[in-house]
Design a protein around this ligand. Structure first.
Ligand code: NAI
Length: 695
C-alpha cells in the first residue's frame, strides 16, 4: 500500500505515501481510490481528507513509471480524480511542501483545498514538452483566473502557496506554525454537512475581452518557445477553458496531450531528463559506495580554466586556495574571479553579501606547503605532459593521505598522469568546459586505477557544483572532444569541396546548434586546434585533415581574440562578418588540390557534421569509454550546444533511423575524403538488427 487510511472521529484521512515525493504511481492511485470507496462505505465517516506523507503532498506523475504501461493503467489519474470529484462526501485536499503536476490536478478535483504556506505549487508538464493532461488546463483557470493560470501552465514555474492565498485555489491557508493534519480534520468537520458539494468544474472562467488576451498570449508564447510546440498547445488548451464547456475542454486537453506525447520534441526533453538522472549511476560503483568529504579545495594554475573551476567551488561554499608559479599570474587570476563576480553583481544576479562571502573563501599561494591539507586538488596548468608530471610528483609529495588528485587535462592520458604518483587510486580526471563557471558539463575521467570511492566522490561533487557529471574512460579527447574532432574534420573537408564558412555555420545553426563549427572555432581560438593538429601530424600521420584551418592560422587569424578568424569581428561586437580574403584562400586551396568545387546542400552539411559525431560515438560506446548512449547525449547537450529538442546525437540518430544513418555514411565513404567514413561496427550491428542506441 502506498497510501494509508485512517479515521479521525468522523473524518477519513488518506495519506499518499510513495517516497520521495508521493508520485502518483499505479499502486498509490489504487490505494487512494480504495480509500475513498472505504470512506464512502463507512457511515461513521462524514468527510475525507487527502494529504501526503513526508516531504510532499504529491510531486505528480511517478517518474519510475513514466514510459511504462503502468502510467495509463486503471485506475488512471483521471479515474482517481473523478472518484474524488463525484464522491458524495466532501473531499478536502490538505496541501503542504510540494504540490505539482498530477498532485495539483488531484487537488483540483477535490471539493476543498486547504494548505500550509510555503508549499510549491506548479503544473510543470511543459518542461517535458507536455501539458497537464488530467484536467489541469481546465480546472486551474477556473480557480485562478485565465491570466495567472496561463502563466503557470506555460512557464511550469512553481509559485508559493502563500502567494496564492485568497484566490479560488485555496479555501483556507493555515498559519505557518499550525499542525496540518489537525487543522485539515477540523476544516473537514466544519464543512462535513455543507451541500451542494462545490466542484471546480462547475465554475466559469470570466475574463473581459478574452480573445484579445488569448491572441496576445499566442503571439508572445510563439515568439518565445522556439521549436517547442508544448507552450503554444498550453495556451490553446487553457483557451478552451473559456471557449468550451468543461467536458469538451477536457476532451480537447486529452487530445492535445496525446498529440504532444508523440512529438520528437517532448520525447527529446524526456530523454534528456532521464539521461541526466541516470548519468550519475555507474554499474560497478553502487549507490552506497562511501564518499570522501570535500570541505576544501586547491587549484593549480590560475589561468582561464583554473579561475573558472575555482568559482564553482566558491559558489558551493567550499574554500579554495589557488596555486601559481608567479605572483603576477596569481594576482591576475584572483582579479579575474573578482571581476566576474562584480559583473554578476552589476547584472543584479549576486548580492553584495554573497559576493563578500565568496571572495572571503578564496586565497592565493605560491607554495605547495599551503595546500597540502586540501581535500581535493584540481590541476589546470599548461597542457604539456612535462608540466603535468612536475606538478603531480609535487602533489604526491605534499598532499595529505586521502586527498583527491584531479587533472583538468583535455587531451592527455590520465593513466600516465596517475603513474607519476605513488597513489594512482586517488587520481581522476575532472574535465571542466570553458567557461568553467558557466558550462554545465563535467566529464569525469576514470583512470584504470581510479578508486571507486574517488569516482563516487567526484560524481557527488559534480552535483554539489551543480554540474552534469558524465563518466568517461581514458582515450584521446575523452567522449566530447574525441567526437568533435571528427566533426571538425568534416567541417574542413566541406570547405575544400565547395562550401564557405558562413554556409556551413548557417546550416548547423538552422539545425539547432548554438553555434556553427567556424564561429565556434573563432570563439575558442583556432590556434588551439592548430597546436593539436601539429602534434597529430607527427604522432598520427595516417589521419587526414583539411589544411584550410592551418592556412587561416598562418594568416594570423586566431579568432575573436585577434579580431579576425574565419570571420572579421568589430570591437565590442560579437557578430561575425565574412571576410573576402579568407573565402578566396579557401577557393584557392581547393584549386591547389585539384578539387572542382560544387554546390553542397544544407542537408549534406548537417548530415556530415552530425553523422560524423554519431559514428565516432558508436565506437566510443562499443569500446566502453562511455557507459551508455544517453551519457553521450548528455555530453553533447550540456557541453557542445547540441539542440535540446533533438535529444542529443545518439537520440537524434535513433529518430532518423540507424539504417538511414548508416546508408548515408556509406555514401559519404565513396566521396571526397571518404577515408574519414569507416562505419563503426556497433552502428552496423544495431542498424542490421533494427535496434537503436538508446534501447
Ligand atoms: P592557461 O594558459 O589559461 O592557464 C594555465 C595556468 O597555469 C597559467 O596561469 C600558468 O601560469 C599556470 N601554470 C603553468 N605551469 C604551472 C605550474 N607548474 N604550477 C602552477 N601553475 C602553473 O590554460 P587553460 O586554458 O586554463 O588550460 C589549463 C588546462 O585546462 C589544460 O590542461 C587545458 O588542456 C585544460 N582545458 C582547457 C580548456 C579551455 O577551453 N581553455 C577546456 C578544458 C580543459
Amino acid at each position: 500500500m502506498t497510501a494509508e487510511y485512517q479515521v479521525h472521529g468522523s473524518v477519513a484521512v488518506i495519506t499518499l505515501n510513495n517516497p520521495p515525493v508521493n508520485g502518483m504511481g499505479l499502486v498509490t492511485r489504487t490505494a487512494a481510490v480504495k480509500g475513498i470507496q472505504q470512506a464512502l462505505a463507512d457511515d461513521a465517516v462524514k468527510a475525507i481528507v487527502i494529504t501526503g506523507a513526508g516531504k510532499a503532498f504529491s510531486g505528480g506523475a511517478d517518474i519510475k513509471e513514466f514510459n511504462s504501461p503502468k502510467a495509463l493503467a486503471e485506475p488512471s489519474l483521471h479515474t482517481l480524480i473523478a472518484t474524488a470529484e463525484s464522491s458524495t462526501k466532501p473531499v478536502v485536499a490538505a496541501i503542504h511542501t510540494v504540490c505539482m503536476g498530477g498532485g495539483l490536478e488531484l487537488s483540483l478535483g477535490c471539493h476543498y483545498r486547504v494548505a500550509m504556506p510555503g508549499a510549491q505549487i506548479a503544473l510543470p508538464e511543459v518542461k517535458l514538452g507536455l501539458l497537464p493532461g488530467a484536467g489541469g488546463t481546465q480546472r486551474l483557470p477556473r480557480v485562478l483566473g485565465l491570466e495567472m493560470a496561463l502563466n503557470m501552465i506555460v512557464s511550469g514555474t512553481p509559485v508559493l502557496s502563500d502567494k496564492l492565498a485568497g484566490t479560488g485555489l485555496f479555501d483556507e491557508m493555515f498559519a505557518a506554525d499550525a499542525d496540518l493534519l489537525t487543522s485539515a480534520v477540523a476544516f473537514a468537520e466544519k464543512i462535513a454537512d455543507a451541500r451542494p458539494l462545490p466542484k471546480v468544474r462547475d465554475r466559469k472562467v470570466d475574463y473581459p475581452n478574452h480573445e484579445a488576451f488569448l491572441q496576445f498570449s499566442r503571439n508572445t508564447v510563439k515568439a518565445m518557445s522556439g521549436p517547442f510546440p508544448a507552450p503554444l498547445e498550453c495556451v490553446e488548451t487553457v483557451a478552451a477553458s473559456i471557449t468550451m464547456k468543461f467536458d469538451e475542454g477536457m476532451k480537447f486537453e486529452r487530445e492535445r496531450f496525446m498529440h504532444l506525447i508523440q512529438t520528437t520534441e517532448s520525447k527529446s526533453l524526456r530523454h534528456a531528463f532521464f539521461s541526466e538522472r541516470i548519468a550519475s549511476k555507474v554499474p560497478d560503483v553502487p549507490a552506497d559506495t562511501p564518499v570522501r568529504a570535500i570541505k576544501s579545495a586547491a587549484i593549480i594554475g590560475a589561468g582561464t580554466m583554473g579561475g573558472g573551476i575555482a568559482m564553482n567551488f566558491l559558489n558551493a561554499g567550499i574554500p579554495v586556495k589557488l596555486l601559481e608559479t608567479r605572483q603576477e599570474a596569481l594576482d591576475k587570476g584572483l582579479a579575474t574571479i573578482r571581476k566576474n563576480y562584480e559583473n554578476t553583481m552589476k547584472k543584479g544576479k549576486l548580492t553584495q553579501e554573497k559576493f563578500d562571502q565568496r571572495m572571503a573563501l578564496v586565497s592565493g599561494t605560491l607554495s605547495y606547503a599551503d595546500i597540502g591539507q586540501a581535500d581535493i586538488v584540481v590541476e589546470a596548468v599548461f597542457e604539456e605532459m612535462g608540466v603535468k608530471e612536475a606538478v603531480f610528483r609535487k602533489l604526491d609529495e605534499m598532499m595529505k593521505p586521502g586527498a583527491i588528485l584531479a587533472t583538468n587535462t583535455s587531451t592527455l592520458d590520465v593513466d600516465q598522469i596517475a603513474a607519476f604518483t605513488k597513489r594512482p587510486e586517488d587520481v581522476i580526471g575532472t574535465h571542466f568546459f570553458s567557461p568553467a563557471n558557466v558550462m554545465k558539463l563535467l566529464e569525469i575521467v576514470r583512470g584504470a586505477k581510479t578508486g571507486k570511492d574517488v569516482l563516487a566522490t567526484a560524481l557527488a561533487l559534480s552535483k554539489k557544483l551543480k554540474k552534469t557529471g558524465v563518466v568517461s574512460g581514458v582515450c584521446d579527447g575523452f567522449i566530447g572532444n574525441r567526437m568533435i574532432e571528427q566533426y571538425s574534420r568534416q567541417a574542413g573537408f566541406l570547405l575544400e569541396e565547395g562550401a564557405l564558412p558562413e554556409q556551413v555555420d548557417k546550416a548547423a545553426e538552422k539545425f539547432g546548434f548554438a553555434m556553427g563549427p567556424f564561429r565556434m572555432g573563432d570563439l575558442a581560438g583556432n590556434d588551439i586546434g592548430w597546436a593539436i593538429r601539429k602534434r597529430r601530424y607527427v604522432e598520427k600521420p595516417e589521419i587526414s585533415y583539411s589544411k584550410t584551418a592551418d592556412l587561416l592560422c598562418e594568416m594570423g587569424r586566431y579568432g575573436q581574440k585577434t579580431g579576425a578568424g574565419w570571420y572579421d569581428y568589430k570591437a565590442g561586437d560579437r557578430k561575425a562578418y565574412p571576410n573576402e580574403q579568407v573565402n578566396a584562400m579557401i577557393v584557392q586551396h581547393s584549386a591547389g588540390l585539384g578539387v572542382a568545387r560544387r554546390r553542397i546542400s544544407d542537408q549534406e552539411i548537417v548530415e556530415r557534421l552530425v553523422y560524423s559525431l554519431v559514428n565516432e560515438a558508436a565506437s566510443i560506446l562499443e569500446e566502453g569509454i562511455a557507459l551508455r548512449a544517453s551519457d553521450i547525449d548528455m555530453v553533447y547537450l550540456t557541453g557542445y550546444g547540441f539542440p535540446l529538442y533533438r535529444g542529443g546525437p545518439m537520440f537524434y540518430a535513433d529518430t532518423v533511423g540507424l539504417p538511414k544513418v548508416l546508408a548515408a555514411i556509406r555514401q559519404y565513404a565513396t566521396g571526397h575524403h571518404g577515408e574519414a567514413w569507416t562505419p563503426a561496427p556497433l552502428l552496423v550491428k544495431l542498424a542490421d538488427e533494427g535496434k537503436t542506441f538508446n534501447g
